[in-house]
Structure formats: C-alpha cells, structure tokens
Design a protein around this ligand. Structure first.
Ligand code: GLU
Length: 425
C-alpha cells in the first residue's frame, strides 16, 4: 500500500495518557478519577493579531490548557515555538498536574503556548505579542487561579511583560498585590533567587540521589547533553562544578565532542555572544547522527520532545538518561531502553525543580519576602530528594520502572484529594 501523503504525527497527549494509565492500572485507580484526568478541564484557544515593526499585521494562535486543579491553582509554563499546537500543549499541561503532585506542591497543572519562532521577531514585536496574548487570556489567568511561567522560547523578560499587562488590567487598589500572577520573573520585579537555574539544579539533586543509591560518583561520570538553553546550560555548569565531564553537546546547529570534557563556562560565554554552540573552538565537530551513540555514562535530553526514538534508542551506550526536557522519549524507545537495562529518570521527576522554585517565588510574593539563595537551594534539595525517594519506594514496591513509579506517587495523591473532597455536587 502506498504511503499516505500526509503522515499523521504521533499524538503527544496520547503518549502522556498511556504513561499515566499504565500506573493507574497497577494501583487500580478509581474509575471516576481516571475519567476526570483523561481530559483537561479547560482548553482555551485564541487567535490574535499582532502588528509587526513593518506595519504588517499577523495573526497568531495561542493556547492555555488547564488540565487539573484538585490540588491547587493551575500552574505551568508558556512556550513560544513554531511546533506548538493544541495536542502538544495538552500533553504538557497534563504532565504539569503529575509533576506538582509528585513533588508535593499545592498546584494543579496547566500549560500555554504560542505558535511562533521567537528568534524571527524583534524585541518590540515579542513584547506586543506577549501583551496581546496576555490581554486575550484575561481572567483565565490569575495569581490564585492559573499562574504561568517561562518554558521553551520564553524567559524572565516575557514573564515581566505578562505581569505588567495583567496588573494594568486590574483596579488601582488591587494592582500591586498581583505580582504572583506569573513566576520566573526578574529579581527586580518579584522573581526568586535561584529560579533561573532551578530546573538544572533540581536535576542535579535528583541525579545525586540516584548516584548515592547506586554507589557512583558524579565526578567519575561523562555526560552528553542535548540542548544548551536554560536547562541544558545550567545542568552542564552545575555538573561541571561537581567534577563531572561534559564530553558531548548538541544544539540545532552543531554537535560537539571532546573526550577530555568541554569547558562549559567558556562555552556559556561563547553562547551568550553567538546564540549557538556552533563554532566553539574547544571541541571537535561530529555528525549530528552520532550524538546518541557517543561513549558516555549519562545522557541529558534538554531540548524538545521525541528525541529518543526507536532509532536513537538503539544507539545509546549510556547507563542512565535524565529527562530534562518534557517528553523526550517515545513509547517504543522506552521499551528498547528497558530491554537494554538503561535507567530513565523520567521528566516529571527530573525537571520538577523549575516549578518547585516557581512555588517558592509565589510564596515569597504572597508574603512580601525575599529568601536567600541558600534557603531556596536548601528547600529545593529537600523537595527533590523526597520526590526521588518516594518514586524509588513505589518502583521497588511494584517492581516497575521509575516513570511508572513517579506516576503512581502522583496519582495516589490526586486520588486521595478526590476521595477526601468528593465530586461536586
Ligand atoms: N515550564 C516549566 C516546566 O515545564 C516550569 C513551569 C512553572 O514553573 O510553572 O516545568
């Protein structure tokens, strides 16, 4: 039979659904909870115009998907990327529900995004896009209702524009108490110390717990990291500080390899200037397709979804994969990795440091406090270690992989909340 002309993309939401339903089967999750979680509560789709610097008007599509709020206000990032679509945002929103439940913070799950390549827009165009999108979201977001944060393609500056737009729409007496409508802000505008590096920092805390459990030392390990954005670069710098060697790095323009370890401090300065790792002199350039086959102990996918698929999974020689990105491993790759005895520290555990410090920022804003970096890191370390050990316990109790175990922890908590509260009316 001929190949269909348009190949249907695998649904990311379906993957998320299958992942948690596997855990739901194991613990025999209540039918009602299973049904509620199978669809998001609200799906907001907005098509909005933005005026470009040239005077031209362009129509953009934006999404905010609110998956679940049984444990607290909806929470999750806003992504600016050309691949953003409703299915992707739905999956990312569901993952936020499980992340917040797993790490035990009083938030539900949501995610947002705009289908746009931010690199093609000027600063002013990005500001107008952000403000118009925020305005269109209106009261669908709010400091005790739904709290956005940065994600791929957005940052502290984007969050400050969102905050300012939201605050300007409030009455004068309410305005100044609404800063926590978003997290991941700049320090001057109410951000938290340690939020910028939080996802990478959290990942390193989890990895340390795993290493302790397996009697390995991070300083003896060689890493390959895919992506050198916020999460990839912070993970690299923090691991380098602990004596680990980052021998391979990949971004959309280049794949670099240096058996002796790449100097990530120097690379980070290089990337600040050149916006890519391509052309960095301290490593050799290797073919893109060789990345996953390189001789390393650990791989950190810190870019987009679906990078570890049935083809790349077969090439992997590493002992452990730490999922910094959301959804980097496909379903068939998961099976291949399991057969090869490769441990996967799943996204909903590995990258939960970001939303954890977002919670700390939200608490600081609500109490007009400013915690020290030491305090933030200390609290984050505790959260990550607890989440890791809760996951490990379930993995042992049910003889399942860490991904399924992490969902078991999260689902049990969500189920308890539904049992205690009941279903309205
Ligand atoms: N976008 C990040 C994530 O996927 C952070 C979300 C947040 O801080 O709310 O976890």
């Amino acid at each position: 039979m001929a190949e269909p002309l348009i190949k249907k993309k695998e649904s990311l939401y379906l993957r998320a659904l299958k992942q948690w339903q596997k855990a739901a089967d194991i613990i025999d999750l209540d039918y009602s909870v299973r049904t509620i979680l199978s669809q998001p509560k609200n799906e907001i789709v907005i098509h909005f115009p933005v005026k470009m610097d040239s005077g031209e008007m362009r129509l953009y599509s934006g999404y905010r998907i609110q998956h679940n709020n049984i444990l607290g206000p909806y929470k999750g990032g806003i992504r600016y990327h050309p691949q953003v679509d409703r299915d992707e945002v739905k999956a990312l929103a569901a993952w936020m529900t499980f992340k917040c439940a797993l790490v035990d913070i009083p938030f539900g799950g949501a995610k947002g995004g705009v289908t746009v390549n931010p690199a093609e827009l000027t600063e002013n165009e990005l500001m107008r896009l952000t403000r118009r999108f925020t305005h269109a979201l209106g009261s669908n977001i709010g400091p005790d209702y739904d709290i956005p944060a940065p994600d791929v393609g957005t940052n502290a500056r984007t969050m400050v524009w969102m905050m300012d737009t939201f605050m300007n729409a409030q009455t004068a007496i309410q305005r100044n108490s609404q800063r926590h409508v978003v997290t991941g802000k700049t320090l001057t505008c109410g951000g938290s110390l340690g939020r910028e590096k939080a996802t990478g920092q959290g990942l390193v805390f989890v990895l340390r717990s795993w290493a302790d459990e397996n009697n390995v030392s991070l300083s003896d390990m060689k890493f390959a990291i895919q992506g050198f954005g916020n999460v990839g670069s912070n993970s690299a710098l923090l691991l380098e500080k602990r004596g680990a060697k980052i021998v391979a790095l990949q971004d959309e323009n280049a794949t670099l390899y240096n058996e002796q370890g790449i100097d990530c401090q120097a690379l980070s300065k290089y990337v600040d200037e050149h916006r890519t790792i391509a052309g960095f002199p301290g490593a050799e350039v290797v073919n893109k397709s060789e990345f996953f086959a390189l001789p390393v102990d650990a791989i950190i996918p810190a870019a987009l979804e679906n990078q570890i698929n049935k083809d790349t999974a077969k090439q992997i020689k590493a002992r452990v994969i730490i999922e910094a990105a959301n959804g980097p491993t496909t379903e068939d790759a998961d099976i291949i990795l399991k057969d090869k005895g490769i441990v996967v520290i799943p996204d909903i555990l590995a990258n939960v440091g970001g939303v954890s410090v977002s919670f700390f920022e939200w608490v600081q804003n609500k109490t007009s406090a400013q915690w020290s970096l030491q305090e933030v890191d200390h609290k984050l370390g505790n959260k990550m270690r607890q989440a890791f050990h809760r996951t490990l316990e379930e993995a042992k109790a049910h003889n399942v992989d860490l991904r399924t175990a992490a969902y078991i922890v999260a689902l049990k908590k969500i189920q308890t909340a539904y049992q205690e509260r009941g279903i309205f009316p």
